[in-house]
Structure formats: structure tokens, C-alpha cells
Design a protein around this ligand. Structure first.
Ligand SMILES: [Mg+2]
Length: 405
């Protein structure tokens, strides 16, 4: 099976996606997600200018060899752009191999280790009544585990909390031609958040799994304090409590709290986790297949984590395309050390461009039984949605200092 084409498709059905479409001499088409939110065209160029020409004529079955060829052959290692590009090639080749086998991809990864994939949804509110309504709404949609994000008195806008009714495709952020700016106050947040979880537990009882995302905004000692303060509310996990490229900093957090920790959505290789995993400083690995080198690299990462009883918690915002989401779901179903999957349903426009076989029902996702990934890209539909630059916000302290976002 020789590769005859490797096209990069940029489309914007509600938000921007970059997709690699690999075609072969036996007429098959495989897809890989190469979306890097806010920096999309860098990956599109990396692929179309530097990678696609190298793929033409290669044996599409040689997945590991192609991964190493692109990783080691580039000389320059890791980084979000490189690893997103390699991930797209890798996932497209797995898609093709599974189609040739006539099997859903998870069967090639060892088969199902469970009947369904536990998913969590996002709830948020500017104040408590809005937050409680949002949690109820997610429960009505079938979510059985909920990420809780709350406004903080005195702060106008905060990431993950919509100022208006949520747009289709998720509340994460709007589309800004320039990054919008948010003001952040760590002390106000640290004072307020435990009171929010107190109220949520009072309302929904002890059993509902609750998650919270700190979005890299704390120092290790602040994160330690927060983890300790939240212990009575029994969180499923506290996510990205610090900017975790300071891997050593997590030792301090760990010494002070038993609140489980999830880290890694901005990481793009297993190297980023070396200390965190070996020293058991985290409980969940957050990388997405799209951003961390594809299925080939993620399997190795999860196998390393499994030795330390660390589980998966694959990143699943709406800037992961349905192609990237499906790749994660096949892995979720197959690996033993699955933890939970983040799931934000895409907009109707996105689903019009990406037809998919995965399903969500009663709290559980399943990748479906279609051979391959189970996602196809409708290029005619994709062509209707032209790329528009869109940026994530940036964060400043009250005195104007740029802060972690
Ligand atoms: Mg997050």
C-alpha cells in the first residue's frame, strides 16, 4: 500500500481545524488531525511544505518506521508544531491500516478493555445559581462526571466561563481576531473556590464525580494550599494546578495534598512527563493524541504511566477535531489504564464537515464499529467554511503583568 497523496485541508466550521488526508494506491483514504489551536497555519505549512512531499511513495503500513523517520529525520525534536504534524501522519496511517484489516482501530490496539468510555462534561457559571443550573443541564445531557468552573467575585471574565449563553460547540472561548485580555487575581480565586465546591457538594451530594481545571495559574505552594482546601469535597481530579514544565515543583504540591492531580494537555512528548511519572507526582496524563505524536507515541506514554498506576485523561476540547477525538476514543477503549475522557460535543457545522461513528449515551462514549477511525471529511462541506484567524485569550494580573493562562 503506497501513499499517493497527502493533502492538508484547513476548514473553519465554527472553529478552525487542520486535517491531513492521506490517499493510497489501493484507493483508501486515512485522516489525521493536525489542529493546533491559535497557531493552525504553522502546522499546515509544516505538513504541506515539509512532510507531505516525503510521504509520497512510502509504504503506508510502516507506521513505526514513518514516525521515527519524521521525528529523528527532522533533527529538531519535539515542540507542539512538529508533534502535531507527526501525530496527523501517524493517526492517518493507523486509520488506513485498520481499514485494510476491516476492523475498527481499537481492535488493532488489542481490542476493547471495557464496554464504554466514561466521559466528563463542562459546567460553568458566573455565579452559583448559574453554575448549579449548568451542572443540571449537563446531567440532563447524559454526563455522569462534571468539570466545575466558577466565576470569582471581582473578576469580570475567566477562561472556561461563558459571559453569555454558551455558543454551540462549547463554552471554552469565542473567536477573537486578536487575543482578548482577562484580569486575574490569585488570592480572590483561592478564597472563593472552596466555597463553590462546598455549595456544589451540598446540592448534588457526595457521589457525583467533580473535576476542576486551574489552567496553570498557581505556583507550587499556592497549588498545594488549594489541593488541601479542596480535600473535603473529594475531587476526581485537580487539573493543571501549576505550569508543569516545572516538573520538580509538583513534589511540593504532592507533599501537601491527597487531591488527585491531572496534568499535560500542553505537553507534546513523554519526555515532558519523565519526573512526573517516575516519581508518581500526578494521577492522570492529559495529553491529546493530536498534540503528542499520535497513537504510536501515546501508547508508549500510557504504558509508561501504567507501571506507576497513573491513568489516562485525554484532552478533549472542541479544538480537537472529530478525527482527533476518534483517535483518542479507540485508545481509551483499548488501554488498560484508562481513567476518564473529556468530551465537549462539537457544533452541528463541525459534524456536517466531519462524519463520525462515535456515540455518546448515558455518560459513556464509544468509537463505533466502522473499520478504521470511523471519521470521514466531506471536502465540499469543508470548502464552505473559510479559515479565519482566532486566538485564545491572554491573562494579566491587576498591575498589568502577563500571567499564566
Ligand atoms: Mg484543561
Amino acid at each position: 500500500m503506497r501513499i499517493t497523496g497527502a493533502d492538508v485541508v484547513v476548514t473553519s466550521p465554527g472553529r478552525n481545524f487542520v486535517t491531513l488526508e492521506i490517499t493510497t494506491d489501493d484507493g483508501l483514504t486515512g485522516y489525521g488531525d493536525a489542529t493546533l489551536n491559535g497557531r493552525e497555519l504553522a502546522v499546515a505549512s509544516y505538513l504541506s511544505d515539509h512532510v507531505s512531499p516525503l510521504l509520497i511513495g512510502r509504504d503506508a503500513h510502516r507506521i513505526e518506521d514513518t514516525w521515527q523517520y519524521l521525528y529523528r529525520g527532522a533533527y529538531w525534536r519535539r515542540g507542539p508544531v512538529t508533534m502535531a504534524a507527526i501525530a496527523a501522519v501517524d493517526v492517518a496511517l493507523w486509520d488506513l491500516k485498520a481499514q485494510v484489516a476491516g476492523l475498527p482501530l481499537y481492535q488493532l490496539l488489542g481490542g476493547a478493555s471495557r464496554s464504554g468510555i466514561r466521559a466528563y462534561g463542562h459546567a460553568s457559571g458566573r455565579d452559583l445559581p448559574e453554575l448549579l443550573d449548568s451542572i443540571r443541564e449537563r446531567q440532563e445531557q447524559g454526563f455522569r462526571s462534571i468539570r466545575v468552573q466558577s466565576g470569582v467575585p471581582g473578576l469580570e471574565t475567566i477562561y472556561g466561563i461563558s459571559a453569555a449563553p454558551e455558543p454551540a460547540g462549547g463554552p471554552e472561548h469565542g473567536r477573537h481576531p486578536q487575543p482578548s485580555e482577562e484580569i486575574w487575581d490569585t488570592q480572590a480565586y483561592l478564597r472563593h473556590l472552596p466555597t463553590v465546591f462546598e455549595e456544589v457538594r451540598n446540592e448534588f451530594g457526595p457521589e457525583l464525580p467533580l473535576l476542576h481545571d486551574v489552567h496553570h495559574r498557581l505556583t507550587p505552594i499556592q497549588a498545594a494550599k488549594l489541593g488541601k482546601a479542596l480535600e473535603p469535597y473529594d475531587l476526581f481530579w485537580l487539573e493543571d494546578c501549576t505550569p508543569a514544565e516545572n516538573q520538580d515543583g509538583l513534589r511540593l504540591v504532592r507533599q501537601h495534598t491527597t487531591t488527585p492531580l491531572a496534568i499535560g494537555e500542553v505537553f507534546n512528548s513523554a519526555v515532558d512527563y519523565q519526573t512526573l511519572i517516575r516519581e508518581q507526582l500526578i494521577d492522570y496524563v492529559r495529553s491529546a493524541v493530536t498534540h503528542a505524536g499520535g497513537i504510536t507515541a501515546m501508547r508508549k506514554l500510557f504504558d509508561l504511566a501504567a507501571q506507576y498506576q497513573i491513568k489516562s485523561g485525554i484532552h478533549g476540547p472542541t479544538d480537537i477535531s472529530p478525527v482527533g477525538m476518534a483517535a483518542g476514543l479507540h485508545l481509551d477503549l483499548a488501554i488498560h489504564n484508562f481513567g476518564i475522557q473529556e468530551f465537549m460535543p462539537h457544533s452541528a457545522e463541525t459534524y456536517e464537515v466531519f462524519r463520525h461513528s462515535y456515540t455518546f449515551s448515558d455518560g459513556y462514549l464509544h468509537p463505533g464499529e466502522t473499520p478504521g477511525l470511523g471519521v470521514t471529511l466531506d471536502r465540499a462541506a469543508a470548502a464552505r467554511f473559510e479559515y479565519r484567524p482566532a486566538y485564545l485569550p491572554v491573562n494579566r494580573l491587576r498591575d498589568g503583568t502577563i500571567h499564566d493562562w
